[in-house]
Design a protein. Sequence first.
Length: 144
Amino acid sequence: MKNIWGNFIYSVGSGAMILSMTRVISDEETIKKFLEEQGYQCAVTELGGNLSYTEFKEKITRSVIGACLNCGIIAKISNEVHALLHATEEAKKGIEVNVSASANVSLKVAFVRKDHWIAVAMFGESAVHHVSNHQRAGLGVMHI
């Protein structure tokens, strides 16, 4: 069977977004394998909480840094952490736009790096009540 991912994944940003949108582990593993074969580094984490709480917004930042350090996506040096934080803040803007202050979110966060570029993609759902569920996406790309 022909691998179609080369038609869609051509940058750290597109790779991260597609990886964040996977729903089953087999799809996630397929995308990770394809990315790694193309020379990308990648990792995924998931998190959820209430957007109205400052602690959740801080939780996102801590989770992103922890996942990237643990998976070797970045090193614990200032320029790499700094680039990751900026990409994360940009991705969070897509998640937070036009969302109710009391909405709960459930997110899959993907990180893709190649050379001196890093992307953070977030995809998931937000809702004040389960019948008002909305899908949300955010992407941030930064040069290291």
